[in-house]
Design a protein around this ligand. Structure first.
Ligand code: ATP
Ligand code: MG
Length: 429
């Protein structure tokens, strides 16, 4: 027998039981985005490699070792997108959306990173993210964070995530902090591991989020970024903190939070959870006022975040037992007898005409009533419509509430209204 071909390691199939969960979650997330006036943008999943190198930075985990890069048939270097911000900025510049304008955008889709697959970390994963262009005040940073807080509330996970916040200041402030940090690290080289030693000169701020406990211990005595902030960045950050305080959003300032991508400045934040083991960052973002110009556009302030959907799904399932995936079937149509199948299909069509949101499945493949009721249960239907030869002859139908077993016989033209009332009732329970 031929050997089965399997999916690529770290890239998942999402089966109907999974997509029912994903759909409900995505619907909730999109509703909240819409309630703040955000519009969707869709960009290709492949871009020219230099876009990511320039945007994300050469000395970052993503660009150094995680990108799926290949030459196309013309020898042009392409990369499967590892994140969404660079593409949004590229598209915004290309279509003239950014200069002198305000944009509130969101995207959703697969991202690709060559990482070691484990729980909450995959090679193809999905992000939903938002990007705001043209606004520089801390008020929009605060509103973005408030929007994410609303997500947690509407998904029932608010008690399981906490907000970490920092300001990494301007490029110049970071440069002078960098010098101070390198000078400190040079005096303590013996504590640094290979990774940190390499980073110390290429991208020293990344040493701050080393997972090595000895390095973390050492950093307790290191200079702190907050002491090097420029006055404007400090004021911006104070403004953000005040707005979050006023909105009742709790946060901790984490001076070592610097984020892994080079384009950030000023505000950086992460929503983290302790409920998922090592992969604890659910949502992360910040301000990137320099990126549009860096990619060839006119200077445009910008702020955004991205959330990993796999981690969100894991979290919702781990901590919210009341979460309900989308239902596939509300009503199951049961038909038995000569010529009844055709009548059942016609009745089903009429009911879909009457209420396009109805989720209605007609039995196929025959079977006695008992077998068909068993299928109705298997699909999770709340109501069964039952047709036999006698009902068809009299233009009637039996409606059975599958939760309490009550049933009644109706004229077919009354079915739509009765169904609507029954489903509303069960939805309220
Ligand atoms: P981490 O520190 O976990 O590697 P990151 O800093 O690389 O995360 P970002 O680039 O900021 O992550 O991406 C934002 C979010 O996307 C993360 O917080 C996480 O939820 C999700 N994410 C990132 N990489 C992966 C991955 N390989 N698999 C699943 N989700 C991911
Ligand atoms: Mg990473």
């Amino acid at each position: 027998m031929a050997k089965n071909i399997q999916a690529i390691r770290g890239m998942n199939d999402y089966l109907p039981v999974d997509t029912a969960v994903w759909q409900r979650i995505e619907q909730t997330l999109k509703q909240v985005l819409a309630s703040y006036g955000y519009s969707e943008i869709r960009t290709p999943i492949v871009e020219q490699t230099p876009l990511f190198k320039r945007a994300i930075g050469e000395v970052t985990d993503v660009v150094e070792k995680e990108m799926y890069t290949f030459d196309d048939r013309n020898g042009e270097s392409l990369t499967l997108r590892p994140e969404g911000t660079a593409s949004c900025v590229r598209a915004g510049i290309e279509h003239g959306l950014l200069y002198n304008q305000e944009q509130r955008l969101w995207y959703i889709g697969p991202m690709f990173r060559y990482e070691r697959p484990q729980k909450g970390r995959y090679r193809q994963f999905h992000q939903i993210g938002a990007e705001v262009f043209g606004l520089q005040g801390p008020d929009i940073d605060a509103e973005l964070i408030m929007m994410t807080a609303r997500w947690w509330k509407s998904l029932g996970i608010a008690d399981h995530v906490r907000l970490e916040l920092n300001s990494i200041g301007s490029l110049e402030a970071r440069a002078s902090y960098r010098d101070a940090l390198v000078a400190f690290l040079e005096q303590h080289k013996e504590v640094l591991d290979e990774d940190c030693k390499r980073r110390m000169y290429s991208n020293p701020l990344r040493v701050l989020d080393s997972k090595n406990p000895d390095v973390q211990q050492l950093l307790n005595d290191a200079p702190v970024l907050g002491d090097y902030l420029d006055a404007d960045s400090r004021e911006h950050f104070d403004g953000l903190c005040q707005l979050l305080d006023a909105a009742g959003i709790a946060y901790t300032v984490n001076q070592r939070l610097v984020r892994g991508l080079d384009y950030y400045n000023r505000t950086v934040f992460e929503w983290v959870t302790s409920s998922l083991g090592a992969q604890g960052t659910v949502c992360a973002g910040g301000r990137y006022d320099g990126l549009v110009e860096q990619l060839g556009g006119r200077a445009t302030p910008a702020v955004g975040f991205a959330m990993g959907l796999e981690r969100l799904v894991l979290l919702v399932q781990a901590v919210n037992p009341e979460f309900e995936p989308t239902r596939i079937v509300d009503v199951y149509v049961i038909a038995s007898g000569a010529g009844v199948q055709s009548a059942a299909m016609q009745l089903a069509e009429k009911l879909r005409d009457a209420d396009p949101s109805l989720k209605l499945m007609t039995n196929f493949g025959g079977g006695n009533f008992k077998k068909q009721f068993a299928r109705a249960d298997k699909w999770g239907a709340r109501v069964a419509l039952v047709l036999g030869e006698e009902e068809v002859a009299n233009n009637q139908v039996v409606i059975k509430d599958l939760r309490n077993g009550e049933q009644q016989k109706l004229e077919q033209h009354e079915a739509a209204a009765t169904l609507a009332a029954m489903l509303k009732q069960t939805a309220a329970i």
